[in-house]
Design a protein around this ligand. Structure first.
Ligand code: HEM
Length: 414
């Protein structure tokens, strides 16, 4: 990386600082230096950290600028993505694979998922009557059941429990290193073997009931050279549908946290108000910490704000910091759904799930599903379930990645 860059330096190596300060790491340094981009090192390798709308636009303008290959330590990649997955691809191969996700999540898939999830959550809430439950843990089970069902995968209670545990560990431990991470990787191998078995069974004609679901679409998909996906890659993509669907449980827990902290919203939604439901869920995605940042490596040489990037240079886009950038969001630390009432949908401002155009860039293909299921959970929590909130630790630590309210949100159902 050239030394004549206009970006200031922020310490020799940020690895430990990032572990310690988590979501606040980039923003704190930006504020101290009075800049939206700075240079440091991660694991001794030079990196530019950046936040804000212009940085998001630079990072997500198209699929030519940055690759995810070699950008993130294996400890996180092995749990969240993997060899041959959509996120590891670039250019034409990436766009073709992205069509697969558009097919899985397009049409009326989101509406189906929403109504299946709503029904499952309502019946779960009926079973929770008279009990205290950790909402995050329970909702993950419900989401696992619904995700398997709509992927065309029949599952008994034991399978749902096992998959919920494994998929949950992949999400919880992605930010960890050492034994916790190794254990989750071990679990992941088990889940992958299970997913590979399903792909093979479908291709052998042993799962006709799976027709039309995510499993079938993945097993039938052809890459940009007209070849079917290798079983290992198909298994990874099946997990790329199941795991993040289960991860929506985190937003459900955060939405419940917001309803507890701001009870007037609970009252408004209980009275049937729908107009502010989408703004409320958007504010949950903006306000609460989930993916802290995305790392990429430059695919070509280019200049941004006077800094020359060479192929292979590393950049970290601060997603949380962009969602809390005071330039974009006045009073960013206030939870205020009203700010989304007349929002125009700027693709480089709310970047909880990436930026730009999903069909072209690495932006998440699951945003509509995330919004729909989180909104449905809010409806159920406000309209169909009666609960009180026992004393508990609802603090959300910004140094724990991925974050969650400490208690997991305990609710006592009446
Ligand atoms: C639970 C909330 C979710 C969050 C916070 C989230 C976050 C993200 C982020 C930040 C990215 C961009 C990665 C990058 O730029 O490299 C991404 C990509 C992706 N997400 Fe999500 N996501 C969520 C839900 C979902 C859902 C429900 C699905 C599918 C059912 C999904 C599937 C994917 C896939 C396949 C990619 C890779 C896309 C690509 O590389 O082109 N995600 N997600």
């Amino acid at each position: 990386m050239p030394s004549n860059s206009p970006f200031p330096h922020a310490g020799f190596d940020g690895t430990l600082g990032f572990r310690r300060e988590g979501y606040a790491f980039v923003s704190r340094r930006c504020e101290r230096l009075g800049a939206d981009a700075f240079r440091t090192r991660f694991l001794l390798r030079p990196v530019v950290c950046a936040r804000g709308r212009a940085a998001a636009e630079m990072f997500y303008a198209d699929d030519l600028a940055f690759t995810r290959q070699g950008a993130v330590p294996a400890s996180a990649t092995r749990l969240l993505q993997d060899e041959g997955s959509v996120q590891s691809l670039d250019g034409a191969a990436h766009r073709q694979r992205k069509r697969l996700f558009a097919a899985i999540l397009g049409g009326d898939a989101v509406a189906h998922m929403r109504s299946a999830f709503g029904a499952a959550l309502r019946s779960a809430a009926a079973c929770w009557r008279g009990r205290e439950v950790v909402l995050h843990r329970e909702v993950r089970q419900v989401l696992t059941r619904v995700a398997l069902g709509l992927s065309g995968i029949a599952a008994d209670t034991a399978t749902v429990k096992a998959r919920a545990r494994e998929l949950g560990a992949m999400i919880d431990r992605a930010g960890s290193v050492g034994p916790a991470n190794w254990h989750a990787r071990l679990l992941r191998r088990r889940t992958e073997a299970w997913a590979r078995g399903l792909v093979t069974a479908y291709r052998d004609g042993r799962l006709p009931e799976a027709e039309g679901g995510a499993l079938a679409l993945i097993a039938q998909h052809r890459d940009d050279r007209g070849e079917p996906l290798a079983p290992e890659v198909a298994a990874v993509e099946l997990l790329n549908v199941l795991r993040p669907t289960v991860a929506i449980g985190r937003y459900v827990a955060f939405a419940a946290h917001a309803l507890v902290r701001h009870p007037h919203w609970r009252e408004a939604f209980a009275a049937g108000g729908e107009d502010d439901l989408l703004p409320f869920v958007q504010e949950v995605r903006r306000f609460y910490p989930f993916f802290p940042a995305i790392a990429g490596r430059a695919r070509r040489a280019f200049v941004w704000r006077g800094h020359r990037f060479a192929p292979g240079d590393r950049v970290i886009l601060d997603l949380y910091g962009t969602n809390h950038d005071p330039e974009l969001w006045p009073e960013p630390e206030a939870f205020r759904p009203e700010r989304f009432r007349h929002w125009t949908g700027d693709p480089f401002a709310l970047v909880a799930q990436g930026g730009g155009e999903a069909a072209v860039t690495h932006r998440c293909p699951g945003e509509d599903l995330t919004l729909a299921l989180t909104a449905e959970a809010v409806r159920v929590l406000c309209r169909d379930a009666r609960y009180s909130v026992p004393v508990q630790d609802l603090s959300v630590s910004l140094s724990r990645m991925p974050a969650l309210p400490a208690s997991g949100v305990i609710l006592r159902f009446a």
